[in-house]
Design a protein around this ligand. Sequence first.
Ligand code: UN1
Length: 513
Amino acid sequence: STGYNIETVLNVLGIGNINNGTSTGINCFSNGEPIESFSPVDGQLIARVKATSKTDYETVMNTATTAFKKWRMIPAPQRGEVVRQFGDKLREKKEALGKLVSYEMGKSYQEGLGEVQEMIDICDFAVGLSRQLHGLTMHSERPGHRMYEQYHPLGVVGIISAFNFPVAVWSWNTALAWVCGDVCVWKPSEKTPLCGIACQNIIAEVIKENGLPEGISCLINGNYKVGEFMTKDSRIPLVSATGSTRMGKIVAQEVAARLGRSLLELGGNNAIIITPDADLKMTVLGAVFGAVGTAGQRCTSTRRLIIHESVYNKVKQAIVDAYKQLKVGNPLDETNHVGPLIDAKAVDVYKKALEEVVKEGGNLIVEGEILSGEGYKSGCYVKPAIAEAEPYFNIVQHETFAPILYLLKYSGDVENAIDIQNNVAQGLSSAIMTNNLREAERFLSHAGSDCGIANVNIGTSGAEIGGAFGGEKDTGGGRESGSDAWKIYMRRQTNTINYTTELPLAQGIKFDL
Ligand code: UN1
């Protein structure tokens, strides 16, 4: 049994009118071209959503800028209280939202629930943060002077998110931005517009219940052209964008051209180093979940295993055996491990990558396949594949958003494995499986992994929200979520106050009149 009724789910989430094929949601001023949302699960058209036109966008920006003037005056802990209520509403709607994520995006129901849990967790984190947001005080070089810094709200924050985490990535940004006193305009992926509407409906309800201006949270719909409204808009001091490196480079340039800030969380090419001291059971579990979870469509998905030659055959065998257990099918059926890819285009990219690795001399030890027949009608289901490859292969150097795992061999010292691991353009997540302290510490040292995330005896995916999330190089350098990632959503002001009757100048400069 698939255990869901999509009409009920949509009703709980306030997405009505699906019978006549249109859905706009609360506070969504969209009147443009229709966007159709098809489920990769069964190929059904779920609903049509209207894209945001330029005129709609101006209405959104007016609403947002008006809301900002009010929102920034509300004490941060009270803003935190609103975020707390949002977290509570998410707890109530966790099942429904988790199901919609699973049905519209295709990840397993468990992972859909996990994504909503990340939203709840970041709300809790943001509530605590709302009583902090602290700057430093420092000692002035001048007598009778005091110096300190404070963080002020930035303004309207633009959020562009990807289909693979259609709800959580928005919440990491928006929950922090809200307690910081900002208002947000969100463009979800055009592949998962209903997830966007569902979230917007939930927060719109909280905002209304608190008698606050609706523009605190705004939603715009559409493709990159709608994203461009924000990247080129100097009324938006910060654009946070999650997606491909290709997209990130365009966003970065457009935002930089007007000297705005961008927060980029882009592609990964994540590897697990498996040393002779690795615990085999943990390694297999971590590697397989990392490679096939979310059908290989996380930016933290495991793409490469870098295995020491002395354990290569043993590890390879164990992983190939584990792949035999994998069940591909409807992600809402909890007995399945792997759901569909997002759409036909993604299936094509998967197919081409498999052809490419063979062309470059790779060896497919678990063959891929595009599944058809009963239960696979959407045409988006593929078999997770494994190829033995060389680190320098062009295809291995690229991120393919699909369940394809490359096995690479290293010999000698762990440094050789670290070299292979770092020798790609991307720098998001990395891991080492070892019980050897020296190897683990070397991997974590300044001469070790060059990624934003480096784990020991944990796979590459499934980061907790408490840490700063993001990576280096082609991954874009941004940090979202925990630690002090909140600082990018605020502007820092240094204040010096003179409480004497003299005006001594800094650096001892004499200037007498
Ligand atoms: C992403 O794929 O864009 O670490 C985010 C993880 C998740 C987030 C992934 N917490 O896999």
